[in-house]
Ligand binder design. Sequence first.
Ligand code: ATP
Length: 283
Amino acid sequence: PQFEEPKDARRADVTYDDIGGLGNAVEQVREMVELPLRHPELFQRLGIDPPKGVLLHGPPGTGKTLLARAVANETEASFYHIAGPEIMGSQYGESEKRLRQIFQEASQNAPAIIFVDEIDSIAPKRENVSGEVERRIVAQLLTLMDGLEPRQNIVVIGATNRRDAIDEALRRPGRFDREIVIGVPDQKGRQEVLAIHTRGMPLAEDVNMEEIARTTYGFVGADLGALAREAAMDCLRRILPDINLRDGIPSEILENLSVGQADFLSALKRIQPSALREIMIQA
Ligand code: ATP
């Protein structure tokens, strides 16, 4: 096919267990996306149409892509990932053609989920764009969504962190008429996310995840993932002086390797919550 398949081969591994701190957003996605894809007969029997489009709305790095991948994987649906800014092809008509190809492929491989990341970049409010290209792409996306039949078993999931920047025509009934808020995690949520990102790590006994969760106000899932990785790197740096890179690592060192509270605290000095970074860039 001309259009490249989802690039991320890891998607097959993502499950609901890899997602933390999103409260009932996971349940909402399951009801709106998984249920109709798995059991269209329920909706037929009730005489209602399942949603064609669901909008995930929330700040960057909160897990929107992760959630879309997880629901595709758990539903055993094909997954098509469209990166908003990338699809804006340079040649005339190229982007619309790619969109049509994706929808067509999805219908051949249904049940399917088409994930449109940063949908605000392809479908900004029409009055806000001077570009003819954007206008045509929005029109094409709308036509394709209007043409989806319930029995085709395709759901389009859009993601944005700027809900108000999206063309309202996209949010009419039969299009992206359901919305799920993906928020910044609270302390309990942060602890859940930290548990996920450290579950494969040997943790020292002194690690106090509750404290780390408490002191990471404003951190989103992506920040917490970065924090966990950095803490592990700090642990590595600590033992570096004791090893000779040319030799094998002595099993004694390998077995005793563990990430401690101090590693998390030193990593914390370097990792800034992304929301704060954005404010600092804007300022
Ligand atoms: P963007 O708007 O920038 O596309 P996003 O909301 O789609 O962001 P993801 O791409 O899903 O965010 O998150 C990036 C990475 O951060 C994930 O692959 C995962 O490692 C981690 N992550 C983000 N949110 C969560 C979460 N709720 N639980 C666990 N890990 C998370």
